[in-house]
Design a binder for this molecule. Structure first.
Ligand code: AMP
Length: 398
């Protein structure tokens, strides 16, 4: 998806194109439209996910037609825990704002306040600041918050760790009540939740969009692969059982044929599990709609044919399921590569019936390993699936 589709106008698109950004990262795809719509937002995202652009770009967009600022006023405050981050984030703001008239500055401790005060006299659209220095400048009446529209708390968990909670509270009470709040954190802890509450009388946690993004980790080692052998006629019952029993938060479920996709959705729904599908038989518009629902978390279980899912930027997932095994081992590798998050490892689960055996052999040979098998109570297998011989000499019985 191009940046312009996210609602960014040409001066911003030009700046990011010049920086070499080709497509938005997952957090940008989700956060930019949410922020442009004026909503509060809580996002769990680590450094490296493109989170800075995710909140800076919509701010710049929002202010692009704004009226002239009065002196010592700011439109947005980005609070960061460290001086280094203040410098870094402000540098990004300046790069993204290059083709706009919008201004930015960084205010941090450890240096003389005079140049910072001087710079604030004319007003600054986006102020990036560490809490202590900001309070200092506010006490000295070098900055006023009455025109502030957006407050961003970046790396909120680090702010807590560094003991800035009191300062944050002192800053919040100085801000206009009617403002947009954005909170970014690498981890969601109770302390961070408490700050989110304090932001605006718990309004934030009730209405804010919640976005969770973890960096792309491709290491296969973090992917927990396992399989269950099953009879063809109990496959959908087994899948429903696993979804419920293991309380899966999310799953991308691969099937081989488009008619099996629709059938599986119906079978899951019969058991009270809401799912949807993308396959070649659905229009592009419909596929995109379903995909967006899946990405936003509104839809938890997406059934997809490999062909329809190919080329779609689904981002990182906690779990993929091979309801049918693919014919090509490479396709299996590609599918499981969609999981494997930093910290929490991804899962790739295959439901293997006897008709999948040939494909299983090819995949396991490609992996140079057999995939761990697990048994699930209540699903005895009538047609046992043999263990593949990795040297492909002869199949042996399980
Ligand atoms: P951040 O997570 O904000 O610290 O960003 C990490 C790095 O990714 C920074 O060097 C950004 O310049 C870069 N970056 C951000 N968005 C994109 C994008 N859409 N495409 C390529 N690089 C990006």
């Amino acid at each position: 998806m191009p940046f312009a589709k996210l609602g960014l106008s040409s001066p911003l698109v030009q700046a990011i194109t010049e920086l070499g950004y080709k497509t938005p990262t997952p957090i940008q795809e989700q956060a930019i439209p949410a922020i442009l719509s004026g909503n509060d937002l809580i996002a769990t995202a680590q450094t490296g996910t493109g989170k800075t652009a995710a909140f800076v770009l919509p701010l710049l967009e929002r202010f692009s037609n704004a009226e002239t600022l009065r002196g010592k006023r700011i439109r947005a405050l980005i609070l960061v825990p460290t001086r280094e981050l203040a410098v870094q984030v402000e540098a990004s703001v300046a790069q993204y704002a290059k083709h706009t008239p919008l201004t930015s500055m960084a205010a941090y401790g450890g240096v003389d306040t005079a140049p910072q005060k001087e710079r604030l006299i004319e007003g600054v659209d986006i102020l990036v600041a560490t809490p202590g220095r900001l309070l200092d400048l506010a006490h000295q009446r070098a900055v006023h918050f009455d025109e502030l529209q957006v407050m961003v708390l970046d790396e909120a968990d680090r702010m807590v760790d560094m003991g800035f909670v009191d300062d944050i509270h002192k800053i919040i009470v100085r801000l206009p009540e009617n403002r947009q709040n954005l909170l970014f954190t690498a981890t969601m802890t109770n302390d961070v939740r408490a700050i989110a509450h304090a932001f605006s009388d718990s309004k934030m946690t009730d209405v804010a969009a919640n976005i969770s993004i973890t960096p792309n980790v491709r290491a296969a080692a973090t992917i927990n692969q396992w399989l269950i052998t099953v009879d063809k006629d109990t496959k959908s019952a087994l899948l429903s059982h696993l979804i419920n029993e293991q309380a899966w938060d999310q799953a991308l479920i691969f099937v081989e044929k488009k008619h099996s996709a629709a059938k599986l959705v119906a079978q899951l729904e019969k058991r009270g599990i809401q799912a949807d599908s993308i396959h070649g038989g659905r229009s592009q518009a419909m596929r995109e709609k379903v995909l967006d629902q899946f990405k936003s978390g509104e839809l938890k279980y997406l059934v997809a044919t490999g062909v329809a899912a190919r080329g779609l930027d689904i981002g990182e997932l906690s779990r993929v399921v091979n309801y049918d095994l693919p014919f090509q081992p490479e396709e299996y590798i590609h599918r499981i590569g969609r999981t494997g998050r930093a910290g929490a490892s991804g899962e790739a689960i295959s439901l293997v019936d006897i008709s999948d055996f040939k494909n299983l052999c090819a995949i396991e040979r490609r992996l140079k390993n057999t995939i761990e098998r697990k048994d699930v109570e209540g699903f005895p297998v009538k047609k046992a699936v043999p263990v593949s011989n990795l040297d492909h000499v002869k199949k042996s019985s399980r």
